[in-house]
Design a protein around this ligand. Structure first.
Ligand code: ARG
Length: 648
């Protein structure tokens, strides 16, 4: 991309001492001269969820067949071309209807009217424009009827037959045919990212859960996702830890997890020692220098400490079923000097109060990239990491999942990257970066979540408790006699871990939420337990019918004759646009809402005596509708990282 930057060395072991301190508050005045820098060409985001962008979407393989909104938008696009031939760039605005006049509506008439009035148009107002849009709509088997309402909204009622056929097609060809197709080949999701020897706290749990879901949604959309664990594995604290390790364990290589016990306690003890004993402090500082110099013994001690932390993190990932690839801060060390050098050559880096900084438009503190002591920091690493991800890993979308507290940091890093021409300026263009911020996890007392007696919450204990509580509930329901021990265990895990994940994901991530076991493990309301049971019930309906569902998919037909059947069918078809929306806006709660509504709409259908399933004349079609609901629910669970259960 940037010629001067391609000279960077390949990854090597960290050979320099870099000190990482989180930026605190500095106050400088902004002084920006934004030159017109290299622009990066990219494919525009043409997600169908932003129906406006549909015109930029390529036809053929890029087309997302399952997306109703996109398909309708295409029809409206054709109509608009005929209706207002002199306005070639009008993007169709199609949205699902909230009212009862249709399933979808086209909202172009009013906007168009304000564009064309006074230009000698034959139309007499927005309703007439709407009428023309309706009349010029190409015929399509998708549409049953159209009507114009109010100031020109064109309402579309979808054809029941077409809806039924689309659902049947999905049943036969699989839910993957309903995957969104973003114009991105490879993405980085930087998530979880705890710090070595420090507490892996509930914030990291949130990052792990949210990041995993986003990665899953992208993977479902056939994007290659680099799941990056950007662990904090480098910094001055290692001098102290290493020296303390040598002191406690003369044969330090024997020091394993069991010997050290809690690494956080070890950190605390070494910090106390560091603060209390000047001689120790001196040695610790020496240790840092020797580590940076690459001295073998120090490197091995560092690696050992990292390994112990890693094992602890792994326990959490294992329970959550989350896969991550570690590329910690230390990985990017060798790249920092040259990245800073290149930015300096571009004139972005300036001296300020002894430090070297990048000024960012609209922000009254600069981004410090070299501290006044010459050391690098969190921001230098993030710049190098971003450079690496764009140039070496060729990622088109780089997503960072951290608490909202780090929003400004990322905002500044991204703006610096734009100034440097690494990223294009427009928001809809690629490559692009997104910060996915989230709020706090609160305890019952409304304060930051803590357990009763310890200062910090051990995440493993938290997850174990979720599991043991859901196991107790299963035993209470008499499953101890009915099920094998293995079934109890796996169900308790699915429900327990699923409950923790869902309680987190169902809220808009930016809000704080209260951690409450009783609430999340309730089998009523918007909880994973309720949803998992709802799915298991559908599976049991199908089992009870005694029919071979695979055979029915090919031999039977989905029918949406009853209103409740049609409502369910429509909601099923909207799955694609919902995943797209969740993915585009990086909001897992959108998918949770959809899933919860799906189970409510299913209940309405199933509990209606007019929609009797087993033993009715319409049994086959209704069983297929049950199966389609189960398939979509399972895909939602899968995207949310929740393991479905099949019986209760
Ligand atoms: N280790 C950091 C923390 O615990 C999170 C790192 C996020 N990723 C990044 N590229 N800065 O707050």
């Amino acid at each position: 991309m940037l010629a001067s930057l391609t000279l960077l060395v390949p990854p090597a072991s960290p050979s320099q001492f870099l000190s990482f301190n989180r930026l605190s508050h500095f106050h400088f005045s902004p002084s920006i001269t934004v030159s017109d820098l290299l622009r990066v060409t990219s494919r525009r985001l043409a997600w169908a969820a932003k129906t406006q962008s549909i015109t930029t979407m390529a036809t053929g393989e890029d087309e997302c067949v399952g997306n109703v909104k996109v398909q309708l938008a295409k029809l409206f696009e054709a109509s608009l071309k005929v209706t207002v031939p002199n306005e070639p760039d009008v993007e169709p605005l199609v949205a699902a209807c909230t009212g009862k006049f249709g399933d979808y509506q086209c909202n172009n008439a009013m906007g168009l009217w304000s564009k064309i009035k006074g230009k000698g148009t034959q139309f007499r107002g927005p309703p007439a424009v709407g009428e023309a849009i309706k009349n010029n709509l190409p015929t399509s088997e998708m549409i049953e009827s159209c009507s114009v309402a109010g100031p020109g909204f064109v309402n579309v009622v979808l054809s029941k037959n077409w809806m039924a056929k689309s659902i049947q097609k999905m049943l036969i060809e699989g839910i993957d045919t309903w995957a969104p197709m973003p114009p991105v080949k490879r993405a980085v999701v930087d998530f979880s990212s705890p710090n070595i020897a420090k507490e892996m706290h509930v914030g990291h749990l949130r990052s792990t859960i949210i990041g995993d879901t986003l990665a899953r949604m992208l993977e479902f959309s056939k994007v290659e996702v680099l799941r990056r664990n950007h662990v904090g594995d480098w910094g001055t604290q290692f001098g102290m830890l290493i020296e303390f390790l040598f002191e406690k364990f003369p044969n330090f290589e024997d020091a394993n997890e069991t010997a050290i016990g809690d690494l956080q306690a070890f950190y605390k003890a070494s910090k106390q020692r560091f603060d209390a004993d000047p001689a120790f402090k001196e040695k610790a500082q020496q240790a840092v220098v020797r580590l940076q110099g690459g001295e073998d013994k120090y490197r091995r001690a560092w690696a050992q400490i990292c390994e112990i932390s890693r094992n602890e993190f792994h326990k959490v990932y294992q329970r959550l079923g989350v896969h991550l690839e570690e590329k910690g801060e230390s990985f990017y060390n060798p790249y920092i000097p040259e990245v800073i050098e290149a930015l300096t050559k571009q004139g972005l880096v300036e001296e300020s109060q002894g430090a070297r900084v990048i000024f960012i438009e609209g922000v009254n503190i600069p981004l410090i990239v070299v501290k006044s002591d010459g050391g690098f920091n969190y921001a230098s690493t993030d710049l190098a990491a971003l450079w690496y991800r764009l140039n070496e890993e060729k990622a088109a979308w780089i997503i960072y999942v951290t608490d909202v507290g780090q929003q400004q940091h990322f905002d500044m890093v991204f703006k610096a990257a734009k100034r440097a021409g690494w990223l294009p300026h427009g928001d809809g263009s690629y490559p692009k970066t997104s910060h996915v911020g989230f709020g706090l996890v609160l305890g019952e007392d409304g304060k930051r979540f803590r357990t009763r007696n310890t200062e910090v919450v051990r995440l493993v204990d938290l997850l174990d408790e979720a599991k043991s509580r859901s196991k107790a509930a299963l035993i209470e329901r008499g499953k101890g006699e009915e099920w094998t021990e293995e079934e109890i265990e796996s169900t308790a895990e699915a429900v327990g871990y699923g409950a923790v994940k869902y309680a987190d994901l169902k809220n808009n991530r930016l809000t704080n939420y209260t951690f409450n076991f009783d609430q999340m493990l309730n089998d009523k309301g918007n909880t994973a337990v309720y949803l998992l049971y709802a799915h298991a019930r559908i599976c049991s309906i199908i089992r009870r019918s005694g029919k071979d569902i695979e055979e029915l998919k090919n031999k039977g037909t989905v029918v949406l004759g009853h209103k409740d059947e049609r409502d369910l069918g429509l909601h099923l078809l909207q799955f694609v646009e919902v995943v797209e929306e969740a993915c585009t806006n990086l909001l897992p709660n959108v998918l949770c809402d959809y899933l919860y509504n799906l189970s409510e709409i299913f209940s309405k259908f199933y509990s209606n005596p007019e929609c009797k399933v087993i033993g009715s004349d319409m049994e086959t079609g209704r069983l297929l509708l049950c199966e389609a609901t189960a398939v979509v629910m399972r895909k939602c669970f899968n995207l949310l990282g929740i393991t479905p259960i099949y019986k209760i």
